[in-house]
Design a protein around this ligand. Sequence first.
Ligand code: ADP
Ligand code: MG
Length: 369
Amino acid sequence: TGGAARDKDKADRATTEQVLDRRTQMILLQLINRNIISEIHGVISTGKEANVYHAISETEDEQQTQIHRAVKVYKTSILVFKDRAKYVEGEFRFRQGYNKSNNRAMVRLWADKERRNLARIHDAGIPSPAPVALRNHVLVMGFVGDRKGKAAPRLKDVRFEGLTNEEEDAKWKDLYVEMLIYMRVLYQTCRLIHADLSEYNVLYHEGKQWIIDVSQAVEHDHPRSLEFLRMDIKNVSDFFQSRNVETLSERRAFAFVTSEEGAKDIKEQAQIEANIRTLLETAPRTEEEKQKEDENDEVFRNQYIPQTLDQVYDIERDAELVNAGEGSSLPYQALLAGKVVRPNESDASNPDADSEAGDSDSSEVDQSI
Ligand code: ADP
Ligand code: MG
């Protein structure tokens, strides 16, 4: 029935908007042949690191119900992925199989990392696209958007119309509270830090915030995870402040997300929310108090929190510094003087840190899930 030609045609559509290399075209064709998707529509986003397409998938029953999908195609140019090394290095899950010299393998690793992180986040009940299939650097996932295939807006583009100022303020405050809940569940239940959280990587759909773009998310044992968390908190605070929300100080937000005490599961959402509301009510009100907290935040942001022994002791780097007469800048100068928190011993309590290592797609095997 000319199926192959027709499929090729469908794959070609994706090519019309943005040039795709042959390998990518072949992979899209294969996804179509295997009924993982049935048609690729327009591009939703073209980014530095990836393009995202809208696709349709059809159920195999008589009705052939159409389901919307998002297809994220990672770019394989080396420059873009170079500075991402900081996210991968030192993270136990990816110590094996990480190969700087092999660009394609690295990009595949990123796609696979996004798939695994999405699965974890989705399973924890945080609104996020479910991963559907992965083949090499092409990830098929749930589509966040309406029934007609219009993608949901990013948080930064959301406007509430027809509300009074008070109603609008209340709306943004609710969203801020919701974001803190998700950050806490992400940290406590998924054991992840997003590491690129901002109004650009949150979609607003059906009254909720959906977390996306998680290929760079790291586990607690990443040497810079707390630094990334502080960055996430700062981005979130800045954004909600721009929407007139009286946010928690960054220090308080950080303590809230990481605290061992209290509810951690999305099922306890109401309890988590109550805790945040209490925190918000007891936060400083006067200008003087606020200014003091802000100053503290500045100190707090610049504070060095060594997390793992790896980060503290890098013999080669330190030897170089000492030889260059710069030994005094070493973080454990302070540690030795008892000024800095002692680093955690390596995180042996993380059950899946090891089990997932090395299962990245090193073969050409299809990874539909
Ligand atoms: P990057 O920022 O690396 O280019 P993202 O994962 O942030 O990649 O995706 C880019 C854009 O594509 C998002 O801002 C969003 O508008 C859109 N997008 C991504 N995933 C989905 C999805 N599952 N459903 C709908 N739109 C999506
Ligand atoms: Mg993004």
